[in-house]
Design a protein around this ligand. Sequence first.
Ligand code: GDP
Ligand code: GDP
Length: 436
Amino acid sequence: MPNPVVAIVGRPNVGKSTIFNRIIGERMAIVEDVPGVTRDRIYSKAEWTNKEFHVIDTGGIDLGNEPLFSQMKQQAEMAIDEADVILFLANGRDGITGADEEVASILHRSNKPVVLAVNKIDNHEMEQLIYEFYALGIEDVYPVSGSHGLGMGDMLDAVIHHFPEKEEAEYDEDTIRMSVIGRPNVGKSSIVNAVLGEERVIVSDIPGTTRDAVDTVFERDNQEYALIDTAGMRKRGKVYENTEKYSVLRALRAMERSDVVLMVLDIEEGIREQDKKIAGYADDAGRAIIIIVNKWDAVDKDDKTMSEFEEKVRDGFQFLSYAPILFLSAKTQKRMQHLLPMVKQAADNHKLRVPTNVLNDVILDAVIMNPTPTEANRRLRINYATQVAVGPPTIVLFVNDPELLHFSYRRYLENRLREAFQFEATPLKVLARKKN
Ligand code: GDP
Ligand code: GDP
């Protein structure tokens, strides 16, 4: 089930992005390795005491020409819409300002838990500065220093304490949860309508459990599907709904709750930077992915059109080499009939469990074909392989020294596994552990 979401709010310059970077810590570096993901990350996975969550820096969502005061209010509202826990930041050196009071009053009107972190308390002597902040009416108040990394542990303990109890599973385990993501105007709503048009919608507009997502559940060929958060695609009229970063955020949240992600491109427009950004997040989320190239009806074609565009897609999204590509037209319904069978197959592959003995045979054969690498006269030895998880399939290799499993050999093994088993559309994790 989806990880809890923590949103950071507060007026400009209190230290939101500093605290955000502290919270995500090491992860930043890892995530930046994904090609196409730019540095202006405002959303990331994080972990504290073995609890995973997502954190959003609402200060990074630029609302264009809006006056700062109104941006701040919108950011607070966005946090209320999106988060399970709100981390409200103030500047201990400034004392309470009118803007802090304004944000506090917006937060009070929601029933989301709030933790107040009073920042820039760079030493113990300054801790007394936090007392006046109790006047904002928030129970959990913590002194922190983002730049020195002080107080982060107590603050995060308090945040985690407010995480919701494990939610009941929203859907039956067999229900395939899918979401449609992509830039504005690529045809997401049209695809959703084309899918639903021919289906009997059994239950529509079920409010998502804790959030205001609206899913649609339907059935085809005895298989139940849940289209996640189609409401996120309706224009709801809040100013921030149309900002690029917010729409990426929405897509991320939908992906979190999905088994299969349909990443939509517009063949007329080609591939844009924003497409790459969204795809980078999709890969990071570990969901099965199908790339849909929409508006096939709108281009002049010859027998090379498809393979040429396919090459562009492969070139632009090298990290998604496992994702199948489907060309279609939501408008004329051309090739729409392939969509759900592909989704079903992708979901099956995402949950595929391979027998341990066959897995070990494949690894053994791969090693015979292409011996393991050596480094400083030490050779990587793989003793045993086992699949430890599905969704995505995760394979652990027990080896003499995990450091010896380099990227290229890992990639080689991954390719052999993909040849041997049905892993199309799904990412595959191959991890090395030291054999004890
Ligand atoms: P944001 O606008 O709320 O995202 O704030 P930033 O994270 O960009 O920080 C604003 C300024 O405050 C920067 O110059 C930071 O270096 C500084 N800053 C952030 N945290 C601390 C802190 O704990 N102590 C001190 N002294 N300065 C800090
Ligand atoms: P969304 O913003 O991604 O949900 O995109 P929409 O579904 O609202 O579609 C954006 C525009 O593209 C609309 O004008 C649609 O009519 C048009 N459109 C969507 N699918 C197709 C298609 O398959 N072919 C053509 N020619 N136009 C399409």
